[in-house]
Design a protein around this ligand. Structure first.
Ligand code: 13P
Length: 252
């Protein structure tokens, strides 16, 4: 497996370019740490230029989505535009997008667009809630099988990254991040699902990230689960918090 992966998903924040530049200044102080990881920043599109210029020595640019629409679709952001900015990874199927109606079939199409363009697809999966009967496991299995269903070639599968982001743990604060022992089991489960779709060797090559209230507090426990990296929301807008997460990941 490659270096641990750390992805900052800024979502729709911060609310000004000035604030974005302040955050980037903070990031550059820890550039040595970020360089040792596979670090990606997914800012709002409006900040792409600034982020790519200011972070190119220690991280790569990522997009929060990728378009499958035609070039004439209003509001869509075409893969050519993303490539023009040097985007190297696209978050696909984030629960925010799925909540807006994105289907597993669309996720598959987006993965194909990314693969064709040489952009790493970071495919998000995660249950909305947990139940004692374990039905959420079936939900995850189903979501992975359908999202990756059209990605048949093993050679393509090894270019994927999967992010497990349980919706109930997103945007809640460190106390609500997943318990490390539950995450450790989930990683085994997801790898088994991937093994069933492809084979063991292929599944072992697909990094699995965790996202959902990852913060400096509690991150050491999450690192010990065998996770290959993190997809970080809120804490990635705070250079001190994000830097500590990066340092913890380096000790993996
Ligand atoms: P938080 O880290 O703010 O919970 O967000 C997680 C997430 O959705 C990253 O994609």
């Amino acid at each position: 497996m490659t270096k641990p992966i750390l992805v900052a998903n800024w979502k729709n924040r911060p609310d000004s370019l000035g604030k974005a530049n302040e955050i980037l200044k903070g990031f550059s102080k820890k550039s040595d740490v970020y360089k040792k990881l596979n670090t990606f920043i997914a800012p709002p599109l409006a900040y792409f230029e600034s982020v790519s210029k200011k972070t190119k020595t220690f991280s790569k640019l990522a997009s929060q989505d990728i378009s499958i629409g035609k070039k004439t679709t209003t509001g869509a952001v075409e893969v050519d535009i993303l490539q023009g900015f040097g985007v190297r990874l696209s978050i696909i199927g984030h629960s925010d997008r799925r909540a807006l109606g994105e289907t597993n079939e669309e996720v598959t199409e987006k993965i194909k667009v990314a693969l064709k363009a040489g952009i790493t697809p970071l495919v998000c999966v995660g249950e909305n809630e947990r139940d004692r009967e374990g039905e959420f496991l079936e939900f995850i299995r189903h979501q992975i099988r359908l999202s990756l269903g059209g990605i048949k070639k093993k050679e393509n599968a090894t270019k994927l990254v999967v992010a497990y982001e349980p919706v109930w743990a997103i945007d809640k604060g460190a106390k609500y991040a997943m318990a490390p022992e539950d995450l450790a089991q989930m990683i085994i489960f997801i790898r088994k699902v991937l093994t069933d779709i492809y084979d063991r060797k292929t599944a072992d090559k697909i990094p699995i990230l965790y996202g959902g209230s990852v913060e400096k507090s509690g991150v050491e426990g999450l690192v010990r689960t065998g996770i290959n990296g993190f997809l970080v929301g809120q804490a990635s807008l705070d250079p001190e918090n994000f830097g500590k997460i990066a340092q913890a990941l380096l000790k993996k």
